[in-house]
Structure formats: structure tokens, C-alpha cells
Design a binder for this molecule. Sequence first.
Ligand code: CAA
Ligand code: NAI
Length: 247
Amino acid sequence: MNRLQDKVVIITGAANGIGLQAAKTFAGEGAQVVIADFDEEKGEQREQELLAEGLTCTFVQVNVADRGSVDAMVDSVLSGYGKVDILINNAGITRDGMLSKLAPEHFQQVIDVNLTGVFHCTQAVLPAMTAQGKGKIVNTSSVTGTYGNIGQTNYAAAKAGIIGMTKTWAKELARKGINVNAVAPGFTETGMVADVPDKVIDKMKAQVPMGRLGRPEDIANAYLFLSSNEADYVNGHVLHVDGGIMM
Ligand code: CAA
Ligand code: NAI
């Protein structure tokens, strides 16, 4: 029995990395997946790849930092599918730098995409989910949002802010039948960590009791659980998927 049969799922940032794996995992469970990503070329390519594997998906281009773009994406999903059951707020960027050198525009860019983008997408799906009386929202925080990380002032602020929004929305939206939770991944093998210096990766790995970085499927499986009926009584939770890096 598929766990997400006929559910309509928007996954932001699904053209790459964790979001792409989530698109495959969710579609494999019977969901109709919307790959909502800024990267048009990769998004279209991923749509074709998943369709060729017999999975149901559509690519819709969006910039989560731009409210007009987000509203247009959600409108197009509603006119195509008539509903939105699940929103995975996964899109994110880094612009790392030590505080002493961090450019103000890099601070702002990360806040705009990683924090304000989550606000835009969630507010945009809210009328549809409220009308349905049921919905699941999963936000993507990070080990950086709970414990901090050298070189990530901007990113840590956004990812900690996501936890605050998750708990606030879990309280506000429960009465509307909407569950809101977050996943906080540890360092995970995607393009996002590709530019991190090896010496930093080695330090991180040494702190993980499981001795390895996360894999996209580790995080996608957490998204799946929090999106499924099995998590109907889980609300306002931050699920750490980090091999136990910090306890
Ligand atoms: N953890 C531990 N030590 C770190 C560190 C980190 N995250 N980042 C830098 N350091 C250390 C360096 O190893 C270096 O130590 P030594 O002086 O002993 O060699 C020292 O801090 C200074 O670093 P740099 O010489 O690299 O300084 P820089 O100004 O040239 O560059 C930087 C600064 C851009 C922050 C660079 O160090 C860097 O990219 N660090 C990695 C930042 C990082 O961890 N980003 C995570 C990206 S993945 C992600 O964001 C996903 C997620 O949710 C975790
Ligand atoms: P990635 O870089 O592989 O993929 C991110 C995707 O987001 C890309 O497809 C990109 O085009 C898209 N995107 C970027 N800006 C966008 C925008 N404005 N609008 C729409 N889409 C946009 O990154 P990864 O690793 O898959 O990250 C996914 C999420 O997981 C992010 O929120 C990230 O912060 C978080 N995370 C990642 C960790 C890691 O170590 N890889 C650890 C903890 C959290």
C-alpha cells in the first residue's frame, strides 16, 4: 500500500540534492510531486528523468524569495491538481563567511531565500489547506540552526528562525487540521557541502558518532514520515537527522 497515494506534494528546491531525493521517494509512494525550483534547466531535466522512471511529477519554476513568483507557482498547482496536501519547504542556499568579513548582501540573500521563502510558501498554500481541513507542512532547518556553525551567521539565523516559525505555526494551524514540523539535517552529501573545505568536513565527520555524513535518502525518509498519516499526532517537532552529531 502506497503511503502517499494521490497526495499532491509541493517540494521546493527539488531539482537537486535532498529535494530531488524527496521527489523520488514521495513519487515512489504514489504522490503527485511538484518539483518547485529556481533552476529551470535542472528542473525540466529532473521532470523528464522521473517521468521516464514512471513517477508522477511536474516541474514549476519558482523563486521562493519572491512572493509574486510563489503565488503564481501555487496558483498553477491548484489549477492543475485542484489541491495541495503537503508542502516541503526544502529550498535553501549558503553564502558562508566569517562574521568579520560577511557582506551585508550575503546576510540578506540567505534570509530572503531560507527564511522569508518559507514564510511565503507556507502562507501561499494556507487557504487551500485550510479549505481542505487537512495538510502537512515540513520545514527544513539544520544542525547549524540549533547549534551554530563557524562561518554561517546568516544561515544559522535563518535556520533557527525556521524552528521558531515551525512551533508558532504548529500552535496556530493545528485547529485547522494542519500539522507543521521541521527536519534538522546534519552535514549531508549534496552540492551544498561540495565547496566546504576538506579540513572542515573532516572535523564534522569526526564529531558524528555514526562516522559518516548524511545521505539525501536519510533526510527524504524523515520528510516522508512527517508527511504521512503515521505522523498525524506529531506537531511542532524538530526531527534531528544527523547521526547524533550533537546530543
Ligand atoms: N567548523 C570548524 N572549523 C571551521 C569551520 C567550521 N564550520 N569553518 C572554518 N573553520 C576553521 C578553518 O578550519 C580554519 O582553521 P585553521 O585556521 O586552523 O586552518 C579557520 O576556521 C579559518 O577558516 P578559513 O581559513 O577557511 O577562513 P576563510 O575566511 O578563508 O573562509 C569560510 C571562511 C568561508 C567560513 C570557510 O572556512 C568555510 O567555507 N567554512 C565552512 C563553513 C561551513 O561549515 N559551511 C557549511 C556548508 S553546508 C551547509 O550549510 C548545510 C548545513 O546545514 C550544515
Ligand atoms: P542543494 O544546493 O543540493 O539544493 C538546493 C535546491 O534549492 C537547488 O535545486 C536550488 O536550485 C534550489 N533553490 C535555491 N534557491 C532557490 C530559490 N530562491 N527558489 C527556489 N529554489 C531555490 O542543497 P541541499 O543540500 O539539497 O539542501 C536542501 C535543504 O536542506 C536546504 O534547505 C538546506 O539548507 C538544508 N540542509 C542541507 C544540509 C546539507 O548538509 N546538505 C544540512 C542541513 C540542512
